[in-house]
Ligand binder design. Sequence first.
Ligand SMILES: Cc1cc2nc3c(=O)[nH]c(=O)nc-3n(C[C@H](O)[C@H](O)[C@H](O)COP(=O)(O)O)c2cc1C
Length: 295
Amino acid sequence: MLLNASGCLDALAAADVARSLDAFVTKTVTPLPRAGNVPVRIAETEHGMLNSIGLANPGIDAFLTDQLPRLAELGVPIWVSVGGFCAEDYAAICDALDDRGEVAVVELNLSCPNVEEAPESAAEIVARCRSRIWKPLYAKLSPAVPDVAAVAVAVKDAGADGLSLVNTIRGLTLDERTLEPRLGTVTGGYSGPALKPIALAAVHACYRATELPIVGMGGVATGRDALELIAAGARHVALGTVLFSDPGAPGRIRAELAAEAAARGFAAPDAAHSVAHRVPVVITDDGTAAPIAPV
Ligand SMILES: Cc1cc2nc3c(=O)[nH]c(=O)nc-3n(C[C@H](O)[C@H](O)[C@H](O)COP(=O)(O)O)c2cc1C
């Protein structure tokens, strides 16, 4: 399944792009409206983009009355990204979403680098939400932790049905002439091509540790990028930064993905799922396969 990454597509402004996806993920919604951070909030760099949007959104009440009914008219499943500043913020939004038929999945944004973090752990937030919602819950994690697989196991044990990997990583960019920070908040979330190896490592480690369904994202710009995430363990792939420069990316990447999979002998892209986890084997003298002993 091909999705957009949260915050990287305004489906109401670009309905055709949203309809070219298998599901639409909303910008993160918080309990109260947020204007977001001071400008400048986006800066391009050599290998990616820095943003410090700061979860600008209309708040859950306006989202439910104004936006959600219009998003539902797109005809694609809607995933709602949920944010907050304490576990109860997340849980209260889950309460409000649970009986909304327009919502297919709830993605808990547990990892925005541009706002203050909730004091509770990711697992505590998932556990609190799990007790308040029946819908599938995906936990979106940061790769900027010492052991992302340990966090993945903890959120699985707390009731997460899936993982979204990865969010941006904090970065800094300086003005070429003045050498002052280009973003109003000094640092921002780094996204785009440079994130791909980090995303691959996180997906690989978290799939191995949990076998949960994973939405892989981070620097996907081609079908080959998507195929690599699937091989590392992702069931679904999300497009983020690429959508800003190429709104036609979903159709292009879908076609490239099918061709890249076929070129490697896979009947369909799904057939490449988790092949990066195959244990290398040798064929022994009696013709059976045995794992290669670690050196
Ligand atoms: C401008 C911008 C806004 C974003 N807003 C959100 C957000 O509201 N919630 C969230 O979970 N992630 C947000 N992200 C992170 C993306 O969903 C994604 O995790 C990240 O950009 C990595 O994917 P990419 O390299 O393909 O962009 C945002 C990213 C960008 C570039």
